[in-house]
Design a protein around this ligand. Structure first.
Ligand code: FES
Length: 570
């Protein structure tokens, strides 16, 4: 058993006292001569996306035992999107720290991390990268489809779609109640290609999850079998001493970015992949995402940008089938948690004829380029992102007058004011919703269409903010504007009535105000005086969080060289 002694300044006594406690649960001391596998059980009745994972933990343990290891379950923080205030992103780094420290501090040789809901898997991969003991990510899997009037319902694209229709008056009270009951019909995480499904898919492409792990439904027997196989695989990884740093290489991240583009995945993945890569000492920047977006066809016909959901993707062959179609563009010699290369994992995989509309081929893609575009300009010198395929075609090149909300609270108070000077051509701007400003960069970037415009039939407008949006959301929404308003970014200088031009084909966002006027506003700008979240962990967060284009990790969690310097590659 590695790293096994609590320090008492007496190695013999440490061994003696530890042996006494190793006998708990009926273990014999010989059990600890075998590979000891930690299973990070993130079961929670509040994080609903993890409420079903107990049988999976049992199946992982079974696999570990079958392979000759000793499984030991332990808890870490578990956060779910719907019940974490003010936003789970505020706590992603806390989960990452918890995960890293527990992997490091406890006497385990390898670990299986059970993720699922949006921020869990990225946090766990960040922690696993820094700890660098053999590790495999396993997620709880997506929910089965809901259904309404013969059509599949998807959490949470349809949460947003039907709520908007309800507010517009096209859906009645009893219908919205029925939809609500069916939106999340089984255990599991959101079943569209939102952030949870995206990160799971990228984890397969990275090589940190067993093949097929992303799309298998939470309720399928096959998922329990995958859990068992994961238990076997982690023992083998320990025996071969294959560590996250052997798997999460630059090439593996390039595969993950290509996969993100091919599945039209969540914008949140941009932040998470940058953060995970940096933990591995690998610098990804916004330009990498733009470059791979331009050269990766969009293959997976999945909501919110396409037609189907995770259930159909599963039957179509899951992420291995996507990777197979994408394989001419991938690095195939990257190592994975199976102990084999991506190429070896994909041998024999193919998309069946019946599912060719779910997973398109490179020669017949859904779109010729990828699902995320990086936009720059005087409003976003360090970049911003948009999902063009989930936006309205007629708004991709648009000029409009700004309607500015200076905070989430301001937006909530004034958005539906009947006197608000807003038209369908306006550009809705939300300031101070970034990592420092909010804090935690909440998913408020899909600014609601004002009720009075909804009732006129308006369903989309150009919106921009330093916030994020849910991976299940949609619309002509420019996100992650960096630097954010709260640290002096130009988005904070926009004033009511300013003209703004968005040109997605040219990847530009411009504030149409003279450079002199911008300089004058910059000179007058003062940092906000925060009156909330000003102690404890949220204060630590505000003081150390990096900007969106840098992955929103804490500056003190980046790797350092042996001399104690920050890794110069970062
Ligand atoms: Fe957990 Fe959507 S709420 S994945």
């Amino acid at each position: 058993m590695s790293n096994s002694h609590t320090s008492y300044g007496d190695a013999g006594f440490s061994q003696f006292i530890q042996s006494a406690f190793q006998r708990h649960l009926g273990h014999g001391l010989e059990d600890f001569e075998k590979p000891v596998i930690g299973i990070c059980n993130t079961y929670s009745e509040i994080n609903r996306c993890h409420s079903h994972i107990k049988p999976m933990v049992d199946a992982i343990k079974r696999g570990v035992l079958m392979a000759g290891g000793t499984p030991l379950e332990f808890p870490t923080i578990s956060i779910g999107e719907m019940f974490t205030s003010p936003t789970t992103m505020l706590y992603r780094n806390l989960v990452a720290m918890d995960t890293e420290e527990m992997i490091n501090a406890q006497p385990i040789d390898g670990v299986v991390l059970i993720g699922g809901c949006d921020k869990m898997a990225p946090a766990q991969l960040m922690g696993a990268a820094s700890a660098n003991k053999p590790a495999i990510l396993f997620t709880g899997g997506p929910m089965n489809n809901g259904e309404h009037k013969g059509k599949a319902l998807g959490a949470c694209s349809d949460c947003r779609f039907f709520w908007q229709e309800y507010k517009a008056g096209t859906v009645e009270e009893d219908e919205i109640d029925q939809i609500n009951e069916r939106l999340a019909p089984t255990a599991g995480h959101c079943m569209v290609m939102g952030s949870a499904s995206t990160i799971a898919a990228c984890s397969e492409a990275l090589g940190m999850m067993m093949p097929g792990g992303a799309a298998t439904p939470a309720t399928a027997n096959a998922r329990l079998h995958q859990a068992q196989e994961t238990g076997k695989a982690i023992v083998s990884l320990v025996e071969k001493n294959i560590r996250p740093s052997d798997i999460m290489t630059r090439e593996a991240f390039e595969n993950a970015i290509r996969t993100l583009m091919a599945i039209g995945g969540s914008t949140n993945a941009v932040i998470h992949l940058i953060a995970i890569a940096r933990r591995n000492g690998i610098r990804l920047d916004m330009q990498d995402f733009e470059d791979y977006s331009c050269t990766t066809p969009f293959l997976a016909n999945l909501r919110p940008a396409g037609k189907y959901q995770m259930q159909e993707l599963y039957y179509a062959g899951g992420i291995p089938a996507v990777l197979k179609e994408l394989s001419p563009l991938l690095h195939l010699d990257t190592l994975t948690v199976t102990g084999e290369t991506l190429s070896e994992n994909l041998a024999g995989i193919e998309v069946e004829e019946n599912y060719k509309d779910v997973i398109r081929s490179l020669s017949l893609p859904l779109h010729k380029d990828g699902g995320i575009a990086v936009i720059r300009g005087n409003i976003a010198p360090d970049g911003a992102i948009i999902k063009p395929k989930a936006a309205s075609e007629h708004l991709l090149n648009h000029k409009g007058k700004a309607v500015v909300f200076t905070s989430l609270k301001d937006m909530e108070e004034r958005l539906n004011d009947p006197d608000l000077d807003v038209t369908p051509d306006s550009v809705l701007v939300l300031q101070n919703g970034g990592p420092v400003g909010a804090p935690g960069m909440p998913e408020a970037g899909m600014i609601p269409i004002p009720d009075k415009l909804l009732k006129q039939g308006v369903r989309d407008m150009v919106r921009l903010s330093d916030c994020r949006m849910s991976g299940t959301a949609f619309g002509t929404v420019l996100l992650h504007v960096a630097p954010e308003a709260a640290v002096g970014g130009p988005i904070g200088l926009i004033k009511e009535g300013d003209w703004i031009e968005l040109n997605v084909p040219e990847r530009k966002i411009e504030l149409l105000v003279s450079p002199e006027e911008i300089s004058r506003r910059q000179y007058e700008w003062r940092p906000p005086a925060f009156t909330d979240y000003n102690r404890g962990y949220p204060l630590l967060y505000r003081q150390h969080v990096l900007q969106a284009n840098e992955g929103c990790d804490f500056d003190f969690l980046l790797p350092v060289s042996e001399e104690g310097e920050e890794n110069e590659k970062l």
